[in-house]
Design a protein around this ligand. Structure first.
Ligand code: HEM
Length: 513
């Protein structure tokens, strides 16, 4: 200290500064909150410091938000799984896994894990849950018990026939409107037609008649456009689930889709509600053998039936459409695979349309479908689950209760240890070659495209039936060629994948399969 500074002057200056600060409550509050925030961040950071991950992700959710908003979260999570291992940190309280064993443990019937608030975004009617948004395990189990018999086909008749009717409608549409003759190219967007097919099929199965996409060859009520436009919004909701509470408030709710709308999601809600209204109160001698009839017999209330009927369309159209597009796309750009599939049909000589039972016995077809589910999974969302309050342990590391664990589907489906060095290529043979154990592991893992255990997809059986039948009917009827091979289609990923502009040229096949 310089000799000419008096210690009493310093004390006076410090006292004056403190007095001035004491007179500034706002400054104190901001200072105290900053200290609390920093201490809280350090505490949260240390809770999961045993798990590796990008440095920033340990301190803030900003990277997670950036990946999602940029539509590349699935690829970023794959990179993280490959770089940091099977359980890595992606946000201060969020981990991501690509380990199929951990995923099976988390989702097992008796597991104490539960769905995180991420699922609230799937309340398509903001103040009403459905089977995908319901988070309480007991409430979910009770609802699933009422829905499962209808979805499984045990309690319904005519599902396969309805799928056949819609296949015939699609094949006729292609033949009447989209065949190319010699010297001409009659373009059509395969991505769009696949969704017309899946949306009509699922509405036929759940509402009793198709909405009419195929019959009119049009996006009825702008439904497909408005639902695709809402996907970016869905991402924001899944990352900020508290917004759902805001949306359920009266003044905001009136701007949400409503059953009274003449277009978009609201119009589809209206169609679902009209069908449900006619069936309530349930009659003792109700003879409906469809899904809604089954739901009603198992005690679904009118409001629940409205939510579930709408959900079927949302959960069952874009998902199956993406898988159909990707299977057909990869088959038609790989003549070797198309040839093998057709050879299998030539030998088996199935009826037309092929039955689900016949298709299930064709090993190469089954391998192609599994490879389609793997190479381009239609659902890539993190599907966060909360670790139970008592915590869990993974490879000797403790995971504190309340941590959310998400799923890296690309990390799992591109894992070379499971799928081989050529995991990034479309090669159906990987489901037919290898030891019994390897094949079993691949079969169990690919079934994870539909989720596992407690939350496994209820529409899996219907989706597989659609895939089995439509893939065969298309490849035995048409030769398709990709019109713009350097940019074959466009894709947006919002946790659910959407494609468009998949331009194709179709001619009739000259051979019979
Ligand atoms: C290729 C097509 C499909 C794929 C890849 C797929 C995938 C999935 C996945 C991964 C889940 C699990 C979500 C979670 O863990 O929380 C799920 C759930 C569900 N899916 Fe699908 N899905 C497909 C088709 C369908 C169809 C056609 C329907 C309707 C007919 C449907 C209805 C449902 C329902 C209702 C649930 C909720 C199950 C529950 O919470 O217990 N899905 N789906």
């Amino acid at each position: 200290m310089p000799a000419d500074v008096d210690i009493s002057d310093l004390a006076e200056a410090a006292k004056a500064l403190l007095l001035r600060l004491a007179a500034q409550p706002v400054l104190w509050t901001v200072g105290a909150l900053t200290v609390l925030y920093v201490l809280h961040s350090i505490y949260i950071y240390t809770r999961l410091r045993q798990f590796p991950g990008p440095f920033l992700a340990g301190w803030t959710r900003l990277p997670l938000i950036k990946w999602h908003v940029g539509g590349k979260a699935h690829l970023e999570l794959q990179r993280i799984s490959e770089t940091y291992g099977p359980l890595a940190r992606i946000a201060p309280s969020v981990l991501v896994t690509s380990d199929p064993e951990l995923l099976r443990r988390m989702t097992a019937a008796r597991s104490r894990y539960k769905r995180s608030s991420w699922y609230m975004a799937f309340r398509f009617i903001p103040d009403r849950d459905n089977i995908v948004s319901v988070r309480d395990n007991d409430a979910h189990a009770q609802l699933k018990m009422k829905l499962a018999p209808g979805y499984s086909g045990k309690d319904t008749v005519g599902v396969e026939e309805k799928i056949d009717d819609n296949i015939r409608a699609l094949i006729s549409l292609f033949k009447e409107k989209y065949l190319s003759g010699p010297g001409e190219t009659n373009l059509f967007d395969l991505a769009q037609k696949m969704q017309y097919f899946t949306a009509d099929t699922i509405s036929d199965i759940s509402f009793g008649k198709p909405i009419g996409f195929l019959a009119n060859d049009a996006d009825m009520y702008d439904y497909l456009k408005t639902s695709a436009d809402s996907f970016p919004f869905l991402i924001v909701l899944s990352l900020f689930p508290w917004l759902m509470h805001v949306m359920a408030l009266g003044p905001i709710k009136k701007y949400m889709p409503s059953a009274k709308d003449s277009l978009g999601m609201g119009r589809i809600m209206g169609l679902a509600e009209e069908v449900v209204e006619k069936r309530y109160p349930p009659k003792v001698n109700d003879v409906h053998q469809d899904m809604l009839g089954s739901f009603i017999r198992h005690g679904l209330t009118k409001d629940e039936a409205k939510s579930e009927s709408l959900l079927q369309l949302l959960a069952g159209s874009e998902t199956t459409a993406t898988t159909l597009r990707m299977i057909l796309f990869h088959v038609y750009v790989n003549p070797r695979i198309l040839f093998k599939l057709r050879e299998e049909l030539r030998q088996a000589r199935p009826g037309s349309p092929i039955t689900h039972a016949e298709a299930s016995k064709l090993p190469y077809l089954q391998a192609v479908i599994k490879e389609g589910l793997r190479i381009y999974p239609s659902i890539t969302g993190v599907m966060l689950k909360d670790v139970p309050p008592e915590g869990d342990t993974y490879q000797g590391k403790f995971i504190p209760g309340g941590t959310a664990i998400g799923y890296s589907v690309m990390g799992l489906f591109m894992n070379k240890a499971i799928w081989g060095e050529d995991a990034a290529t479309f090669r159906p043979e990987r489901f037919l070659e290898g030891t019994k154990e390897e094949l079993q592991e691949r079969d169990v893992t690919i079934d994870g495209a539909f989720g596992w255990g407690r939350w496994k997809c209820l529409g899996r059986g219907i989706a597989l039936m659609e895939l089995n039948k439509l893939v065969v009917e298309i490849i035995r009827t048409f030769d398709l060629s990709v019109v713009y091979p350097t940019h074959p289609f466009k894709n947006y990923n919002a946790g659910i994948q959407v494609q468009w502009d998949m331009w194709m040229r179709a001619t009739l096949t000259e051979q019979k399969f």
